[in-house]
Design a protein. Structure first.
Length: 314
């Protein structure tokens, strides 16, 4: 007797385990129990006559058969999302939307605002992964990605959200006790806080290399907020986005009329998801909030040209 192929409901469970790596994480994403997920996976494997995962103490990894099924499952997912989008105005804004964003943008800008959208749509849930890394839309690591550059992946719909400016900042206490800074050359005589250079995930974060004088950070972290708090404590100077520094009144810009950088935020959505009502609602909300905060991203006015606005500057 011929085996019946899997339906979309079967494959939802398969995709959740494939993407999260564990039954418990897949269950949390699907809103069910891990025992239910395990039972559905076993039933799917029995129905296909194939082992889809290698089980271990650390989780579930795709087998060769599972990897072959993944493309089919994602194609069915795309068809399902397209069919849902075709209902237009009858769509309900509900479900979970995962946003991947740089730690500063995700934590300082998005997190305090997103509750206004979820209050408007009780069936909507939002997950913010605020961390300095590249998120893969093709692997469904996130539904919406905020990045510092244009699209680097295939089948991605992108839009430029806004330019934002960065300045050199210091704690008021540091400025009061440290040697005066009256010109750009003085920056090299002060300690800096910055990123770990060999762990930069994108060249746009190479701030110190773009300022002009030879600079290196004596205190380094992969996390922007760690840099902020080190700077607030008086560790030295730090290049920070103006919208981040604005949340910390104890930080003051250093030579803002002479030294600044400009970068940009871009929003990316996989083309299979761009018409889904819940993803579209979140994306529109982010774009509107960014547009309304133009002055926050621009920061203090400059009275002279910036040192560099080129992300590729050496």
């Amino acid at each position: 007797m011929a085996r019946i192929g899997p339906n979309w409901d079967d494959l939802r469970y398969f995709l959740a385990v494939a993407r999260t790596g564990t039954l418990s994480a897949a269950a949390a994403r699907l809103g069910t129990e891990h025992t239910t997920v395990g039972r559905r996976i076993r039933a799917l494997e029995d129905g296909l006559g194939a082992r889809l995962f290698h089980r271990s103490n650390v989780g579930y990894a795709l087998s060769e058969d599972g990897a072959n099924l993944l493309g089919v499952a994602e194609a069915m997912e795309s068809a399902f999302l397209s069919a849902s989008a075709a209902t237009g105005a009858t769509q309900t804004v509900s479900g979970t939307v995962r946003i991947g964003a740089p730690d500063g943008f995700g934590s300082v800008f998005l997190a305090p605002r997103m509750h206004r959208l979820t209050a408007r749509h009780p069936g909507l849930e939002v997950e913010i992964m605020a961390t300095a890394r590249i998120f893969s839309l093709s692997k469904r690591e996130a539904d919406i990605v905020i990045s510092l550059s244009g699209p680097q992946q295939a089948r991605v719909v992108a839009r430029r959200l806004t330019d934002y400016r960065l300045f050199v900042y210091a704690a008021e206490s540091y400025r009061a006790a440290a040697a005066p800074i009256t010109e750009v050359a003085d920056l090299s005589t002060h300690p800096f806080v910055g990123y770990i250079e060999d762990m930069l995930f994108t060249r746009e974060l190479n701030y110190l290399g773009a300022l002009g004088p030879p600079l290196s950070a004596r205190l380094r972290s992969t996390n922007l907020l760690a840099q902020v708090y080190a700077t607030r404590a008086g560790a030295g100077l730090c290049v920070l986005p103006a919208f981040i520094a604005a949340a910390h009144p104890g930080l003051v810009p250093v030579l803002p009329g002479q030294v600044s950088l400009t970068r940009a935020f871009h929003m990316h959505i996989h083309e299979d998801h761009r018409k889904a009502a819940h993803i579209r609602a979140v994306a529109s909300f982010i774009a509107a909030e960014v547009e309304a905060s133009g002055a926050l991203f621009a920061g203090p006015a400059m009275s002279a040209p910036a040192v560099s606005q080129d992300p590729a500057a050496p």
